[in-house]
Design a protein around this ligand. Structure first.
Ligand SMILES: [Zn+2]
Length: 227
C-alpha cells in the first residue's frame, strides 16, 4: 500500500500567510496599515498554536535581487525573514523550486512547514499546491498579509479544494482598507467564515508587539497623540 505523504490526526491547521518583516514592521519595504494591532493579534494566535500544538503551514514570498517588480521580500534580506514569533521550533523550509517532493509524514517530525513562493497565490507553486491539496485536514485557520492579495488567493485556493476556512480578520493586514473589505466579502461569499482573535481566544491585555522598533509598537506614542 502506498502511504500518503502527509497524514495527520489533528483536525485543525493554521495557514500563516507571508508574515514577513517587510509587511509587518514600520521599517519594512511594504508595511501594512495598523501593523501594531495586527501583530498583537498574530502573537496571540501563535501563543495558542504552541499551547495546543496546532500544526502550521506558512508561506513566504521570496524574490531575486534582480527582480525590479518586487523590491520587497528580497531573498536573503532582513525584510524577507519571518516575524520571530511566527516561527515554531520544529520547522522545515522548502524553496520555490518547482518540485513537488515532500518527506513522508512530514507533520510527525515538524510543527511548521515553511513554503517559499514567487507569487501571491500559493497554488501557483507546485509544492504549496500539493500540500494544500493533499493534507488530510478539513479545518484551516488563516491569517497574515496581505488581505487583498496573498490571503485572498490562499483562502480561495483552500475553498476550491473543499476545505473549511476561518479567516482571522484582525490578525490579517492590508494596504488598502476598502480593497481588504471587498476581499473579505469575496472570501465570505465563497464560503469562508470571518472571525477574529477576540471571539476565538477571548480579550487580551497584551499591548506590546515585541518585534517592531517604531514608537507606536514600543508604547511611546498613545492613540490620542497620533495626529
Ligand atoms: Zn511598529
Amino acid at each position: 500500500m502506498i502511504r500518503p505523504a502527509i497524514t495527520l490526526r489533528r483536525k485543525r491547521m493554521i495557514v500563516d500567510v507571508d508574515t514577513q518583516r517587510d509587511f509587518f514592521l514600520a521599517s519594512g519595504a511594504k508595511c501594512i496599515r495598523n501593523h501594531r494591532r495586527v501583530l498583537v493579534n498574530i502573537r496571540r494566535v501563535m501563543a495558542w498554536s504552541r499551547l495546543k500544538n496546532v500544526r502550521m503551514v506558512s508561506t513566504v514570498q521570496g524574490y531575486d535581487p534582480s527582480d525590479r517588480e518586487h523590491p520587497y521580500c528580497v531573498k536573503g534580506t532582513y525584510g524577507q525573514e519571518k516575524i520571530s514569533y511566527t516561527m515554531r521550533e520544529r520547522n522545515i523550509r522548502f524553496a520555490a523550486d518547482g518540485c513537488t517532493d515532500l518527506p513522508r509524514d512530514i507533520f510527525k517530525d515538524y510543527d511548521q512547514v515553511i513554503l517559499q513562493k514567487r507569487c501571491v497565490d500559493p497554488c501557483d507553486e507546485p509544492r504549496a499546491d500539493r500540500i494544500l491539496s493533499e493534507l488530510a485536514i478539513n479545518d484551516f485557520i488563516v491569517f497574515g498579509a496581505v488581505a487583498e492579495d496573498s490571503v485572498k488567493a490562499t483562502v480561495l485556493g483552500l475553498l476550491a479544494r473543499k476545505k473549511h476556512v476561518t479567516v482571522l480578520t484582525d490578525a490579517t493586514g492590508s494596504h488598502d482598507k476598502a480593497a481588504a473589505e471587498i476581499a473579505f466579502r469575496q472570501m465570505e461569499a465563497k464560503g469562508a467564515k470571518l472571525s477574529d482573535t477576540k471571539s476565538l481566544f477571548g480579550s487580551t491585555h497584551l499591548r506590546l508587539v515585541g518585534t517592531c522598533e517604531c514608537d507606536r509598537c514600543q508604547g511611546k506614542v498613545t492613540k490620542t497623540s497620533v495626529a
